[in-house]
Design a binder for this molecule. Structure first.
Ligand SMILES: C=C(O[C@H]1C=CC=C(C(=O)O)[C@@H]1O)C(=O)O
Length: 366
């Protein structure tokens, strides 16, 4: 489809700068078609979102303009919306049961890790505009990470995907590929001593280290198909957002063919076991059976230019804002491994949901 519009359709704010896509030269719902058009030089760049299940409709746009600003978004204070209706999918009891069942499948040897998520539908008391919410998300993130993607190419309903993901699926520049996977979580605390103790417990938690290792192993293996010198430290580092402590590993690799595009790398690497599981096919099937369609949650969001350079984030800590600008859905998931505890995993979805709720100014869910 060839369409035209002058407005902004994509913004990605990162500590090293902000990328904006404006105007629409072409839209693509098929990732392979988009990737082929980019490689054939038919389009100069691509921005947008890839769904969790790559067979679903993507929201990719060849923008009329792709602009780079060397600063992240300054961000704004949180908004002051209230939720006048809240629906949880599923409720707490059912989520614990789903986790207990997943642990049984792991013990039975069917799967090693599976990431189970739940979602929350909110109706806001007042409309919120996508770029206004983007600023609030950027303001609430310590590194000013935030993204906003117009999903209209896929949904035709004027919806947007917005979030403040800390997790870099990949950043590609020339022949260098950087990944920064996150897996393993604990809540931040307002009490500095407790916060530090929580972080230390996370860094030493055998269950979280195992959960993390599945992601690093997957990335090493997938990168080795296209890269030499895949380099990752053997022990993850602690990283924090305002709401969550995480285990994270910086990975660096060198492409054998520097013309490989960032979009093709995103398709090769994602969805990683940080959002799906191990083995990927079995975990993906369990997720589809248990949760149904995830849409763009746990897919990826990013951009790619004519040289194939670009950056893609894992689409977590995010929400889909409906065309009416008052209805939205947000998600949170957690990696389930053999040592997981259903109540602790349920609590983890609670503190991960805070990223989006804090930006909206919503204090508590029922
Ligand atoms: C799947 C999510 O987080 C992933 C990223 C970091 C830590 C995770 C964890 O500890 O389970 C998840 O793998 C989410 O926030 O919805």
């Amino acid at each position: 489809m060839v369409v035209s519009s002058n407005s902004e359709v994509f913004v990605l704010s990162r500590p090293h700068g902000t990328v904006r896509g404006g105007g629409i030269a072409r839209t693509y719902t098929d990732v392979d078609e988009a990737s082929a058009a980019l490689r054939a030089g038919e389009i100069r760049s691509l921005t947008g979102a890839i769904p969790f299940d790559v067979r679903d409709r993507a929201a990719l746009v060849a923008p009329a303009r792709l602009a780079f600003d060397p600063s992240p978004l300054a961000g704004s204070a949180p908004l002051t919306r209230r939720a006048i209706s809240t629906v949880l999918h599923p409720d707490a009891d059912e989520h614990r049961e789903r986790i207990a069942h997943a642990i049984k499948r792991i013990v039975a040897g069917d799967v090693e890790k599976v990431v189970l998520a739940r979602s929350v539908d909110l109706l806001l008391d007042q409309k919120v505009q996508p770029l206004e919410l983007l600023d609030a998300l950027a303001g609430g993130n310590v590194e000013h990470n935030a993204f906003a993607v117009d999903l209209d190419a896929a949904t035709g309903s004027g919806s947007w995907l917005l979030g403040a993901s800390p997790e870099v699926l990949l950043r590609k520049s020339g022949s260098t590929v950087l990944c920064h996977p996150y897996a393993g979580s604990a809540p931040r605390s307002a009490d500095p001593a407790e916060d530090e103790a929580t972080a230390k417990r996370l860094a030493a938690s055998a269950k979280d280290l195992a959960e993390h290792a599945f992601v690093v192993d997957h990335l090493r293996e997938r990168l080795s198909h296209l890269c030499d010198d895949v380099d990752a430290p053997s022990t993850p580092r602690l990283q924090s957002t305002g709401e969550v402590w995480h285990l994270a590993t910086p990975i660096r690799a060198t492409l054998r063919d520097p013309s490989t595009t960032a979009l093709d790398l995103a398709l090769l690497l994602g969805p990683t076991p940080a959002v799906c599981g191990t083995p990927s096919d079995v975990a993906g099937q369990i997720i589809r059976d248990v949760e149904g369609e995830r849409g763009f949650y746990a897919g990826s969001v990013g951009w790619c230019d004519a040289a194939g350079d670009g950056e893609w984030m894992v689409a977590i800590r995010c929400l889909e804002l409906a065309g009416d600008r008052r209805n939205l859905r947000t998600w949170a998931g957690g990696g389930i491994v053999e040592g997981s505890d259903p109540q602790a995993e349920l609590d983890e979805t609670g503190f991960k949901l805070r990223t989006v709720l804090n930006a909206l100014g919503i204090a508590e869910l029922p």
